[in-house]
Design a protein around this ligand. Structure first.
Ligand code: URA
Ligand code: SF4
Length: 251
């Protein structure tokens, strides 16, 4: 399996565990090959099984709202699940099913090589951080086998309980800042002067995002001491995504 599309083809024909028997469609996952952000849920539900797409039911609507709250859309991220076929009556996947299906997720992670993996709920969190309760580990970035993993509670839990919804929203709001830091960290030192294009357009980034590195990057130039330098085109405020010469010095 050398591409994400090939994984999807193999998954759609897979009969490696009993879940294949009850599915309408397998749900391999979807998103751009170059996604920086990978979300991993549990497994398809009713709507996902019908459509063959991840997170298209009520939990998916909530996930889309959460993405919007950080200035992103679902077509910018990759969305996958621990098991690719729906467990009957939405029961939990059993260990043998998770084990049979893990080769697909493993390969998706290898091919995507995402900057950040957000695990949604206890099953995908346990893949990286076994034996800990989600309520203990949620909302904190971990490095696991070279991958950056940020566990949050499952959006479906947020639909059932208001206090969980608040926790999910709180954790989600940390994602842009994490991406900022990870993007900068992942740049080779010699390229630090070039800030990579942010995933979200500038005007979609919430103005009240707390203490993000982009706040620094996008800070207006301090007033130039007289005599003013030649008016460089980069100081035009119309192109805020272009790092200004003085801003590059930050990195
Ligand atoms: N819940 C999940 O965990 N995954 C989906 O794809 C949909 C709902
Ligand atoms: Fe194959 Fe995974 Fe579906 Fe089981 S859940 S049949 S291992 S694709």
């Amino acid at each position: 399996m050398d591409t994400l599309a090939e994984i999807a083809r193999v998954v759609n024909a897979c009969t490696d565990c009993q879940l294949h028997a009850g599915r309408t469609n397998a749900v391999p996952g979807e998103g751009p090959d170059a996604a920086e952000l990978l979300f991993i849920g549990e497994g398809p539900g009713f709507h996902e099984d019908r459509q063959g797409r991840p997170f298209v039911g009520p939990a998916g609507n909530f996930l889309e709202d959460l993405l919007q709250s950080i200035g992103m859309t679902r077509d910018q991220v990759y969305i996958a699940n621990m098991v690719k076929c729906r467990p009957p009556d939405n029961r939990d996947p059993v260990p043998s099913e998770i084990a049979a299906c893990s080769k697909y997720l493993d390969r998706q992670i290898e091919l995507l090589d995402p900057l950040l993996i957000v695990t949604l709920g206890r099953f995908s969190t346990a893949r990286f951080i076994p034996g800990q309760s989600i309520s203990r580990v949620r909302g904190r970035l971990r490095r696991v086998n070279g991958r950056h993993v940020f566990p949050i509670m499952h959006p479906a839990a947020g639909l059932r309980r208001q206090e969980m919804r608040a926790a999910i929203e709180e954790d989600f709001a940390k994602i842009p800042g994490l991406l900022d830091v990870l993007r900068i960290q992942s740049e080779p030192a010699s390229e630090n002067a070039q800030v990579r294009e942010p995933m979200a357009p500038f005007d979609a980034v919430p103005a009240d995002r707390p203490h993000s590195l982009w706040d620094m990057l996008e800070a207006p130039e301090p007033p130039a001491a007289p005599p003013p330098p030649d008016p460089p085109a980069a100081e035009e405020p119309e192109e805020p995504n272009e790092p200004l010469p003085g801003q590059q010095r930050l990195f």
